[in-house]
Write a protein that binds this ligand. Structure first.
Ligand code: C2O
Ligand code: CU
Length: 428
């Protein structure tokens, strides 16, 4: 790993960080495990130029826009993205949120690379694998840069005629879909509306209720993983900060809309532009949605079990007094790290008594939700990279440690991360 970069998400006093100062070593890992393919002609090659903007809603852009351009790849493609920093003063990186890339490509300033300074560039190379909806964002001073606009969508899947992208972001107090406020119309041509898939990305700091109005719809994928046996619903979907959901429906004769929070922010999809209707009050519960299916590993045979207890206490961070988040009773920067070995089956119990909700994001892995507040999952395997843990809730998750490296595990309400709600998963 590179040296710790003081500016990143409050890393200033990280006690040396995982590269030193701890009892464990990670010399067992070979470098080839940790990097993307060094050779080979990319199937998808993109250059993204990061700039600080002086006008407009976005404080930062990529290739002149925010959200940045859609990157599209198909499973098996070698993806190469060159980040050029033209004018972002604090430096920038690109993190592939939800894509389980090799560790060196993960784009975390101070952990897997140094932030790219003005005038610098960095090349990311990875093999696209699991088809799904993802996003990329800077991981340097994230609470400022992501909020300011340094992010964009990335989809791993062939483009279909009935595909609609809805990237949700709040710029300076104004919530947008694909950078626009208010009601919009995506005029899919007749004949392409038989099966519409809306890929929704929540780039904000808080959970957001989304859904389709005018028709029942299915929740077909969550965080880049297909839901098994989805059934039609007429409820809303609660999309965690940082999370993604794919919604599918056939456009009815009278038309339909995708709604983000309130009907005032929505997309009419298809030939018609029906009146905006508020989302239903009820929210689908993924714990019992869809049908079960083997996980591919046995969580009952876990060989690592961790507790991740989120609390809050009074203290100082960088000399500033306040109420700071704690993990297992420890205040940043003395938070515990979670040590695993490659191949481990890991179970983690995440509980939260901090008084606020936290969308917990684990880099480099997808975990399956086993239970919430003691109620076991009875639906489709609920694979996630960003799980919203409400106040007084407990989630039990499990995953296979199959992607060696040093991985962040943090709250995706990004100001919370800079207030200390972050730690690492480390392979010994
Ligand atoms: Cu989307 Cu560590 O972040
Ligand atoms: Cu939080």
């Amino acid at each position: 790993p590179g040296t710790y970069n003081a500016a990143d998400m409050g890393y200033a006093d990280y006690g040396g960080g995982p590269a030193g100062g701890h009892e464990h070593e990670h010399h067992q890992l070979s470098v080839t495990d940790l990097t993307g393919p060094k050779t080979g002609t990319p199937d998808v090659a993109v250059t993204l130029v990061a700039r600080k903007e002086k006008k407009g809603l976005a404080g930062y852009t990529l290739n002149g826009t925010s959200p940045g351009p859609l990157i599209r790849a198909e499973s098996g493609d070698l993806v190469q993205v060159t980040l050029v920093n033209e004018s972002v003063p604090d430096g920038a990186t690109l993190h592939w949120h939800g894509i389980d890339v090799p560790n060196a490509e993960d784009g975390v300033a101070g952990v897997t690379q140094d932030a790219v300074p003005i005038g610098g560039k960095h090349v990311y190379r990875f093999r696209a694998e699991d088809a799904g909806t993802y996003w990329y964002h800077s991981h340097q001073v994230s609470s400022d840069q992501v909020k300011g606009g340094l992010f964009g969508p990335i989809v791993i899947a062939p483009k279909t005629p009935g595909e609609v992208l809805a990237t949700i972001h709040t710029y300076d107090g104004k919530r947008t879909i694909n950078g626009e406020t208010g009601s919009q119309h995506v005029e899919l041509k007749a004949g392409t509306t038989a099966r519409v898939r809306v890929r929704v990305i929540n780039t904000d700091d808080a959970i957001l209720r989304v859904g389709l109005t005018g028709t029942p719809y299915k929740v077909v994928a969550v965080d880049g993983r297909e839901v098994n046996g989805p059934t039609p619903i007429t409820k809303a979907y609660a999309l965690a900060a940082g999370g993604r959901v794919d919604l599918e429906a056939v456009v009815p004769a009278a038309g339909m809309r995708f709604v983000a929070g309130t009907a005032a922010l929505s997309l009419a999809i298809g030939p018609h532009d029906p009146p905006a209707v508020e989302l239903p009050g009820e929210t689908v519960d993924l714990l019992s949605y869809g049908t079960t299916k083997p996980l591919g590993f046995d969580p009952a045979k876990a060989n690592r079990r961790f507790e991740y207890r989120i609390g809050r206490q009074i203290g100082f961070l960088d000399g500033v007094p306040g109420l700071w988040w704690t993990i297992n009773g420890h205040k940043f920067p003395d938070v515990p790290m979670f040590m695993v070995a490659a191949g481990d089956v890991v179970r983690m119990t995440i509980s939260n008594t901090s008084g606020q909700a936290h969308p917990m994001h684990l880099h480099g892995h997808h975990a399956v939700v086993l239970s919430r507040n003691g109620t076991a999952s009875t639906g489709s395997p609920w694979w996630t990279d960003t799980v919203e843990v409400g106040n007084n809730e407990t989630y039990e998750i499990a995953f296979v440690a199959d992607n060696p490296g040093v991985w962040m595990d943090h709250c995706h309400n990004l100001p919370h991360a800079s207030e200390g709600l972050m730690t690492h998963l480390m392979y010994a």
